[in-house]
Design a protein around this ligand. Structure first.
Ligand SMILES: [Zn+2]
Length: 371
């Protein structure tokens, strides 16, 4: 299980390694994790016949101006020599059979990327007689008993394998809504790693009993828990490493910091629909640009390597799990907040064409200034 990347190495008093990364150092492993899922709320609203529309929207990310879902993302990853881990939710098989899942898994596997297990329990409320727990429903795994969680994970694992994926070794709960029983249940099914714990995410539904300072992989309740990456964002504040939450500059700075501190791995989160506006009706061009440029820059970053759980899972740190975070930086934070404000105005609220055009120009100028 620990045959992957070497653990966190000794740091000096300032948190820096005593030696710069040399050619002999193992590269820092970057796990680009893409939660890949149909949207249960869409089908709750539009009915059980909405499978194809849901697939086009949430998996393919189709809009009138083109598609930015998994096919687009796979193209970018391949162009820049990056490997990604797609956490696929098989629960829609309750409604539409295994084909609904194999349509997702097929293209990812055929292009050599990693498929691991994701699970949204919201689908139980739409499953009717197919619900393996009878009348029991709930939005998060942690609402279910250990026995019930075992039944759900067993079903989801079976569907993922039937859809063409290798037996999963890693898991992320939908909405990060796991607890310690989730980890115990995963261990029952040979799933060795969980990455549902996100210490930098304030509104996280996760109830796994680890503290906010746990930032490196650690053994917990029968599995290796791999915290989602985060950065310091001011005194006692953190932000999680998600494409929508951090700018390209922050993501790359966090990766370089992990590398230069000789931290063995860093996990980034995104989604199949991440590059769309919140209502998924149009491409969010700021996020698409961020994704494109991040992929290109990551491909050029020396001494880091994107990794797959199936080939090279994160290993447990030999020392403390309290790995040093990227320290706060006012310039990076201000630029991200400006970019985020423009994004919100353009894609998440009402806008006028004149305001939008001006803001895009301003954002582009700001971004170019620190490229
Ligand atoms: Zn999800």
């Amino acid at each position: 299980m620990d045959g992957g990347h070497p653990s966190t190495r000794a740091l000096n008093a300032s948190g820096q390694s005593n030696l710069a990364c040399s050619k002999d150092e193992a590269p820092t492993a970057i796990y680009l994790t893409i939660d890949t899922e149909y949207e249960s709320g869409f089908t709750a609203k539009h009915g059980l016949d909405s499978r194809e529309a849901n697939f086009r929207r949430s998996i393919l990310g189709e809009t009138e101006d083109g598609a930015v879902g998994i096919a687009y993302q796979l193209d970018k990853f391949d162009r820049h020599g990056l490997k990604a881990v797609f956490f696929v939710d098989p629960m829609p098989a309750l409604l539409w059979g295994v084909e609904a899942v194999s349509d997702v898994v097929g293209p990812i596997i055929s292009r050599g990327h990693d498929v691991q297990l994701h699970l949204h329990t919201e689908w139980l409320a739409l499953a009717g007689a197919a619900n393996p727990l009878g009348e029991r429903v709930g939005d998060n795994l942690k609402q279910f008993s250990l026995e019930e969680q075992c039944a759900l994970i067993e079903y989801a694992r079976k569907m993922l394998i039937a859809a063409g994926a290798p037996p999963p070794v890693a898991f992320r709960a939908g909405n990060y809504g796991a607890n310690d029983d989730t980890l115990r249940a995963l261990a029952e099914f040979g799933i060795t790693h969980d990455t549902s714990f996100s210490p930098g995410f304030d509104d996280c539904a996760c109830d796994i009993s680890l503290g906010p300072d746990c930032h490196a992989p650690i053994r917990h309740c029968g599995v290796v828990e791999v915290p989602v990456g985060c950065i310091a964002d001011g005194v006692n504040r953190t932000r999680h490493a998600q494409l929508t939450a951090l700018s390209k500059h922050e993501l790359l700075a966090a990766i370089r910091h992990a590398r230069d501190s000789e931290i063995s791995s860093f996990t980034i989160v995104s989604h199949s629909f991440e590059l769309l506006s919140r209502d998924r009706s149009e491409i969010n061009r700021i996020l698409k640009r961020r994704f494109d440029r991040f992929c290109a820059a990551l491909g050029r970053t020396r001494n880091v390597e994107t990794a797959a759980y199936s080939e090279s899972p994160p290993s447990v740190a030999s020392g403390s799990a309290e790995a040093e975070m990227l320290p706060p930086n006012k310039v990076r934070t201000s630029l991200r907040m400006a970019e985020q404000s423009v994004s919100n105005l353009l894609y998440e609220g009402k806008k006028s064409a004149a305001v939008a055009t001006g803001l895009v120009a301003a954002a582009a100028t700001a971004a170019v200034a620190i490229d």
